[in-house]
Design a binder for this molecule. Structure first.
Ligand code: FES
Ligand code: FES
Length: 167
């Protein structure tokens, strides 16, 4: 897939998004969030504050959670990006998504993709987090509906699925 922006200040980059390799012509001023949402049509990462405060745009880059609004698209050159769209397998939700549904962890749901991606990174590095560790890992994600209690429950349920081998 190759898309040419109109700006003269562009570079060609290769990157992998949700296991799919892309070669793209990107404008130097584009954020990674813009590239994902407006070019690749992956709108799961949300635009919240657009200035690195809310975590609604959280994705994983080379396995680490990052704010897509705070990176330029060209910084994703030769990187591997995972967005919320890359978690489910066909119609089968990812175990973290299932846990969030089970625990009713979202109200409006705008923050949910970001929380799930941060949770994914947490459980990969620490499959048995304490509640305190969960709260610390999710410090960079805000929920304006104040659904924190249910979000924490969702993360703990997902962690139990990992521990029980049902993830
Ligand atoms: S939209 Fe990126 S941190 Fe808020
Ligand atoms: S559920 Fe609405 S912002 Fe979190």
């Amino acid at each position: 897939m190759s898309i040419s922006p109109t700006s003269q200040f562009t570079s060609e980059i290769n990157l992998v998004v949700n296991s799919r390799r892309h070669t793209l012509q990107v404008a130097h001023h584009w954020t990674l969030l813009h590239l994902l949402r407006e070019v690749l049509d992956l709108t799961g990462a949300k635009v919240g504050c657009d200035r690195g405060e809310c975590g609604a745009c959280t994705i994983l880059m080379d396995g680490l959670p990052v704010y897509a609004c705070q990176l330029l698209a060209i910084q994703a050159k030769d990187r591997e990006v995972l967005t919320i769209e890359g978690l489910a397998t066909g119609s089968e939700l990812h175990f973290i998504q299932k846990a969030f549904v089970e625990e009713d962890s979202g109200q409006c749901g705008y923050c949910t993709p970001g929380f799930i991606m941060s949770t994914h990174a947490l459980l990969r590095s620490n499959p048995s987090p304490t509640e305190r560790e969960v709260r610390y890992a999710l410090l960079g994600n805000l929920c304006r509906c104040n659904a924190y209690g249910r979000i924490i429950q969702g993360v703990m349920t997902a962690a139990r699925a990992v521990q029980e081998g049902s993830s």
